[in-house]
Every structure is written in structure tokens, then in C-alpha cells.
Design a protein around this ligand. Sequence first.
Ligand code: UDP
Ligand code: MN
Length: 244
Amino acid sequence: ALQIIYAITPTYTRPVQKAELTRVAHAFRQVTRFHWIVVEDSTSRTELVTRFLRGCGVPYTHLNVYTPQRFKRKGMPRATEQRNLALTWLRQHRSHRDPGVVYFADDDNAYSLEVFEEMRDTRAVSVWPVGFAGGRTYERPLVSKGKVVGWYTGWRAGRPFAIDMAGFAVNLNVILANPQALFKRQGSKPGMQESDFLKQITKVSELEPKANNCTRVLVWHTRTENPHLAKEVKYIKDKDTVAV
Ligand code: UDP
Ligand code: MN
């Protein structure tokens, strides 16, 4: 049987949240053997996300953990606690008998269906390009003779793994075999989340290049512009229905 793809999505309350979740769910619901782990950055599971997930047509697990206020500052890595909670959930609820692939799928990206085909047979850790990352049209692993030998990027090229969160997937067995591997808060610099995590579980020489030797862009860090709401009467936190 195909390995199940576990997509971990941290998400937080803001005006575009439901629009973002709607867009990514439209890709995810077309992917077979897919399990969506949605982790809200909130003190409880919100009504909005609860209702959304019930109707989205994707098998899911709904979790929440609130980022401590002291970490909610500009320049601080985002969604560390949420990704770690999802990893803990997988370690508690899945075993070596459950073939799977783990992917960190932020809610502000655009996903092709092909990227899931590419990651499906990940044996340990697989990698591919990400559009609009690294200060360029794309950032990508450089591949020679089937091995990753470096990184094409416009930003902090000295990173051990110059790759965006959306550019790699990890076999569930690797997650289970390295129970201490987590995203770091302490001492983690912006843009180093991926490197700090990946160096706990793999080596550059062991990475499995996907997407035709990392020559095809199948996922994009699109990001969504904040809507102009200056004329809004008031901002209601958890709102997705109109007032009548
Ligand atoms: N996120 C979150 N809490 C926050 C900010 C972001 O859970 O306070 C989520 C967000 O929904 C996304 C992921 O964390 O899925 C990465 O956030 P973002 O895209 O804003 O970060 P960037 O790509 O700019 O590093
Ligand atoms: Mn983002």
C-alpha cells in the first residue's frame, strides 16, 4: 500500500485564515492516503477551524497549542510549538507498522498535486525546489549524479540545509527513530528552523532529490496579502459569516 502522507499545518486566527485553509484543502482533498494534522496557534480549538475541518473532505486530526507571548515577536521563528506538537502526536499515535511520510505544509503556500506524488516514496528524507523562497524565483537543492551537492539560493547560502519548510519530507520511521528530534526555540535564528531540525535526523549526502533532480518547481511560498480592512466597522476575531 502507498505510504500515508501526514501533512502538518500550523495555523492562526486572522482575516484570511479560512480563505487560506480553503485553498490548501482543495489540493489536499484530491490526494489519496492523506492525513491532515492541523495545529491551531490558539488556547483552544476554535469554532471556525472546527467547522471548517468537519466539512473539508480531508481526513484530519485537529490540535492546538498557543505560542507563548514572548515568542510572538518579529524576527522570531514561527509555529515551532505547533509543529512539535504534531510530531509528538505522531510519536504517540503511530508506530513503525504505519508506513508514512511527514510533510510540513504551511497554510500560506500553493501546492501542486504532483508534489505529493514526488514525496510519496520518501525513504528517509527527500527534497525538491520551492518557488519564491530564498529571495529568488525559486530556491533549490543542486544535484550531481543523483546526490545533493549544494544549494541554489539568494539568502544565507551558508545554511547547512538552505531549504524552506515546504521543500522536504521525512519518512515517519525517521521521525519515530529520532524521538528527540524537534524544532528549536532556544538559539534558533530566523531561517534556521529547517537546518536545525534536519541536522538532527539526516546528512546532506543522504538526501533523496525529487522532482526530476530538483529541476521542477511544484510548491510555492506564495503568501497572501493582508486584505484592506480600513473601512471595516470592527474586526471580529472568529468571523466567517455575515452579520444580518
Ligand atoms: N503561524 C502560526 N502562528 C503565528 C504565525 C504563523 O501558527 O503566530 C503559522 C502560519 O499559519 C503558517 C506557518 O505558521 O502555516 C508559518 O507562518 P508564516 O507563513 O507567517 O511564516 P513565514 O513563512 O513568513 O516564515
Ligand atoms: Mn509562510
